[in-house]
Write a protein that binds this ligand. Structure first.
Ligand SMILES: NC(=O)c1ccc[n+]([C@@H]2O[C@H](COP(=O)([O-])OP(=O)(O)OC[C@H]3O[C@@H](n4cnc5c(N)ncnc54)[C@H](OP(=O)(O)O)[C@@H]3O)[C@@H](O)[C@H]2O)c1
Length: 246
């Protein structure tokens, strides 16, 4: 489905980003992966070896720093001459109640989760306009749709991602660049991994499909949005949460 498509994936060192990288590799894409440190991408690289997949570049960037973001996109263009797909996946949580939340916790989350989406989109838009096509997929969260106690900063960043994506979808549609959002529910990764078993059981009670999500549940939907199978979709938010926020 993605044969010879050049895809940039941020936050590809573990969790959902790593699952997206593996799913794209299986579909024949050429990958440009980023994380805040190259060493963090070694585990993903090991998994590529198991698939005998070698068409990838490992890059390093703090996603909230414009020069570093531009250097990732430049490496993709220097190597492949184009960028077909951008997946803005990198993200963090710094949960706290609003009364206790520090300015630093607010700024860090907004900067890593939302400003990064603007910076990467801006850097990819010119080459995509030249190519007259592109697919951008931004990873939001059900927190950005429904809100969540203790996550005002995170929910604001993820709701902002949805607003940004809808605006970008309108602005770029005439250039044949599609922009869509995936809003995952509760997915088993390092981000959610610290919860005690009892709390996980309680969360499961609120998921109609009766299980916590796997990173591959999200990756398969991202493959769909990246591919021509979704060619008549733009500005959409696909909630992938086992029915949690029906
Ligand atoms: N897990 C869930 O239940 C869930 C639910 C809804 C939405 N999401 C969203 O899905 C995305 C992936 O989440 P995950 O659960 O896979 O998280 P994760 O396991 O914690 O992975 C986060 C990724 O983001 C990268 N990253 C963090 N800060 C960065 C920075 N400043 N610069 C560059 N890269 C940075 C990390 O790379 P390093 O190796 O550099 O740290 C890592 O690859 C996030 O946007 C998250 O908000 C997750």
């Amino acid at each position: 489905m993605l044969k010879d498509k050049v895809a940039i994936i941020t936050g590809a060192s573990r969790g959902i980003g790593q699952a997206i990288a593996l799913a794209f590799a299986k579909q024949g894409a050429k990958l440009v992966l980023s994380a805040s440190k190259i060493e963090n991408l070694r585990e993903t690289e090991e998994q590529f070896k198991a698939l005998s997949f070698s068409d990838y570049l490992l890059t390093q960037a703090n996603v909230s720093t414009q020069d570093e973001v531009n250097s990732v996109v430049k490496k993709a263009l220097d190597t492949h001459g184009k960028v077909d797909i951008l997946v803005n996946n990198a993200g963090v949580t710094r949960d706290n109640l609003i009364a206790l939340m520090t300015e630093a916790e607010w700024d860090e989350v907004l900067s890593i989760n939302l400003k990064s989406v603007f910076l990467f989109t801006k850097a990819c838009v010119k080459p995509m306009i030249r190519q007259r096509q592109g697919s951008i997929i931004n990873i939001s969260s059900v927190s950005g749709v429904s809100g969540n106690t203790g996550q005002a900063n995170y929910a604001a960043s993820k709701a902002g991602t949805i607003g940004f994506s809808k605006s970008a979808a309108r602005e770029l549609a005439k250039r044949n660049i599609r922009v869509n959002v995936v809003a995952p529910g509760f997915i088993k990764t390092q981000m959610t991994g610290k919860l005690p078993e009892q709390q996980l059981e309680e969360i499961k009670q609120h998921i109609p499909l009766g299980r916590i999500g796997e990173p591959s549940d999200i990756a398969d939907v991202v493959v769909f949005l990246a591919s021509d199978a979704s060619r008549y979709m733009t500005g959409q938010v696909l909630v992938v949460d086992g029915g949690m926020i029906i």
